[in-house]
Write a protein that binds this ligand. Structure first.
Ligand SMILES: NC(=O)c1ccc[n+]([C@@H]2O[C@H](COP(=O)([O-])OP(=O)(O)OC[C@H]3O[C@@H](n4cnc5c(N)ncnc54)[C@H](OP(=O)(O)O)[C@@H]3O)[C@@H](O)[C@H]2O)c1
Length: 315
């Protein structure tokens, strides 16, 4: 009875918070719904985490329009199943799976070397894969795991594939998240538990979330710098960020209040297929973005410089 009351009160608080969050939700940066059907035959798309959730539906929708679709996934069994589903749903057999584990920069480099050898051009790079609740672990690359998966690895991947994107004026989409467009504090880069949180709220779930939001905010901020740098060197490569609100993450947390939070988010916010449709319409539109982030050139440059250093990238 007591447990039921706690869950009810918790859910009520959650509903009110969600209603407030929705009230102040940012409008998408650019979104032009389009009725036009785009034929993507001859175009190549890479979708990280294309085996599930938003990534899966983006892959399916691009494949349905005829694109050569590369699913970049850490688990080849799941990728193979997704590939079969996509072929069945779209009758496009030009679907390839490649192994990419963002928790290992070695596999990121191997993936990029393979793609650079096999593809003449990349039209769309969708940095969709992301993860939360990974705890305070260091990867084999010496980086904080949440930061590596959500920011450093996509940063390295995008840099290594830039030439192929420039070749065809491709588009890069960085999938961040609602509440993930915050200011990046340089002292927080690659940290699990920034001081302010460590002193006040040391709960591991909170630390997990802070690391995730900070890493996603860095991905958001770096999009600004990618766009700025490509503006001078990259022809008309476009960089977008999209901020989905719904998430499949509830599937990965089984206990405690956080599971209720994710469950309600899943129920109340748009489903992954809807988020995917918005993303696909965005990349198919003629939209281009000229302004991102917080317009702090020093911060953007410094984030870029430190990121290059941490992933061992010469630019
Ligand atoms: N408010 C928010 O912050 C918010 C809300 C919704 C979505 N999003 C973002 O939207 C994106 C898609 O989320 P979703 O809801 O569709 O979740 P999902 O279904 O859990 O998809 C996440 C994908 O990322 C992959 N992935 C996780 N760790 C990886 C790694 N180390 N290497 C390679 N791939 C890895 C997963 O692979 P496995 O299947 O093998 O685990 C899965 O394919 C994520 O970037 C997420 O952060 C953010």
């Amino acid at each position: 009875m007591f447990a039921l009351a706690v869950v009810a009160i918790y859910s009520l608080i959650l509903l009110v918070s969600i209603a407030i969050a929705k009230r102040f939700e940012q409008t998408p940066h650019v979104f032009q719904a389009s009725e036009k059907f785009y034929d993507l035959k001859g175009k190549t798309a890479i979708i990280t985490g294309g085996n599930s959730g938003i990534g899966y539906y983006v892959a399916e929708q691009l494949a349905a329009r005829g694109a050569r679709t590369i699913l970049a996934c850490r688990d080849l069994h799941k990728a193979e199943a997704a590939k079969r589903r996509i072929i069945e749903a779209t009758s496009n057999s030009n679907i390839t799976i490649k192994r990419l584990n963002l928790a290992s920069l070695r596999t990121v480099r191997e993936f990029c070397a393979e793609v650079l050898a096999s593809e003449t051009h990349i039209d769309f790079l969708i940095n969709n894969a992301g993860a939360i609740h990974l705890g305070d672990h260091e990867t084999e690359d010496g980086l904080q795991i949440t930061w590596q998966i959500n920011y450093f690895a996509p940063f390295l991947l995008t840099n290594l594939l830039l030439d192929k994107l420039k070749y065809c004026n491709g588009k890069i989409v960085n999938v961040t998240g609602q509440f993930c467009a915050n200011r990046v504090y340089l002292d927080d880069i690659n940290t699990y538990s920034p001081i302010i949180w460590r002193e006040k709220l040391s709960h591991v779930l909170v630390a997990d979330m802070v690391a995730y939001f900070n890493a996603k905010s860095a991905l958001y901020e770096s999009s600004f710098e990618f766009a700025r740098r490509l503006g001078t060197t990259g022809g008309s490569v476009c960089v977008f960020t999209v901020n989905p609100s719904s998430s499949n993450f509830y599937r990965r947390v089984y206990l405690g209040p956080i599971a209720i939070l994710y469950f309600w988010l899943h129920v109340l916010f748009p489903k992954p297929e809807v988020e995917a449709r918005k993303l696909v319409e965005l990349i198919l539109s003629d939209a281009s973005i000229t302004k991102y982030g917080h317009d702090d050139e020093y911060l953007a440059n410094e984030l870029w410089r430190r990121s290059c250093q941490l992933v061992n990238l010469q630019t």
